[in-house]
Design a protein around this ligand. Structure first.
Ligand code: DAH
Length: 345
């Protein structure tokens, strides 16, 4: 018995020595055969049982050897598992695929500030019974100028102000071209608005761009007065600036397609008329050029100016966005700079 116990001790010592610097699964398999395989050390230990005298001793020896077997088997199995998971890890590293990573990385976009302000204006004007219309950005001189009573001597018709294209068309200089197109197509009474991009041959700086956005408004009906124009503008602008009632004033302005024509100013929404840098200390902001539709514009569309009249206005969407979001340089809008765009979440 003493002999057996010594043998078991040596067995364990040797085994522990063998697994100390173990570095491969192959080596572990060799160790497995050596210690618990058919012709292993364990088998030679079993022979000792036969040499023992009493049943008691045989029983005890059997238990000892069995415990040893279980002990060695457990250790070997644990080592196998460790090696196998190491192997998987190694393979994953080589393929550099991490299956635990989410497949899609979330990238949220944001709406352009012009889109945000345009959506507001769309909502407010539709609520007031105006219908949304659109016209082409590549436009004929007829709809952009002629039909709007803009004479060939007008500075806008100069090469320095307008992009003239090789196909004898132009890039529309304002959304007012939608006025002449609508009047020709639909008959009064009508209320429309036309948001869109306009182009001018400008030298670009903090307040001038070659491409910018406007929204045109036009109402033609019977017995329309300047009071209707003012009322509509007050409602529209109060909604845009979320004020209960913006104060407006009219100054004379010249636009060939309206008579009389106005520059409509609003009481500065920042300082409420006291004077600040936004209104250049005047207390007023020049905001909407507008006026009563010129009889010639109606005549071009074969509408009787004796029977019908109306008003029109042109709102600078780019200018509105600059005011609302306090953007001090117009060049940001078309820059595509994500640092700018991400601020409008
Ligand atoms: N189309 C003009 C421009 O771009 C703005 C304008 C002025 C539009 C008076 C109007 C208006 O409808 O009545 O400068």
């Amino acid at each position: 018995m003493k002999n057996l116990k010594e043998n078991i001790d040596n067995f364990l010592k040797e085994f522990n020595e063998d697994i100390k610097d173990l570095n491969s699964l192959e080596r572990l398999k060799e160790i497995e055969i050596k210690y618990i395989g058919k012709k292993s050390k364990l088998h030679s230990l079993l022979k000792i049982i036969g040499q023992l005298n009493t049943t008691e001793e045989k029983k005890e020896a059997g238990n000892l050897i069995n415990n040893l077997k279980v002990n060695i088997e457990t250790q070997i199995n644990n080592l196998k598992e460790t090696f196998q998971s190491k192997e998987i890890e190694e393979k994953l590293k080589q393929n550099s695929v991490d299956f635990t990573k989410p497949v899609f990385v979330e990238r949220k976009g944001s709406l352009h500030p012009i889109t945000l302000i345009k959506r507001d204006v769309d909502r407010i004007l539709t609520g007031m019974g105006f219908s949304l219309v659109s016209g082409p950005e590549m436009e004929s001189e007829y709809y952009n100028f002629e039909a709007l009573n803009i004479p060939s001597t007008h500075p806008a018709r100069d090469m320095q102000d307008t992009f003239f294209l090789l196909n004898e068309m132009i890039l529309r200089t304002h959304t007012s071209s939608c006025q002449s197109r609508t009047l020709e197509k639909y008959k009064p009474p009508l209320r429309i608005f036309a948001p869109g991009k306009c182009f001018r041959y400008e030298s670009i700086d903090a307040s001038h761009e070659t491409a910018f956005y406007q929204v045109e408004g036009l109402l033609v009906d019977q017995n329309i007065t300047i009071a209707n124009l003012i009322g509509t503008m007050k409602t529209l602008l109060s909604e845009i600036f979320t004020e209960s009632d913006v104060e407006v004033r009219l100054r004379p302005g010249y636009f060939p397609f309206v008579e009389p024509g106005f520059e409509l100013d609003i009481k500065c929404i920042i300082c409420h008329g006291k004077g600040c840098s936004t209104c250049k200390n005047t207390g007023w902001l020049e905001l909407v050029p507008c006026g009563m539709v010129h009889p010639n514009v109606l005549k071009y569309a074969k509408i009787d100016p004796e029977k019908y009249n109306g008003f029109a206005f042109g709102l600078g969407l780019t200018r509105l966005a600059m005011m609302r979001y306090k953007i001090n340089d117009i060049r940001y809008f078309n820059s595509g700079d994500l640092r700018f765009l991400k601020q409008f979440r």
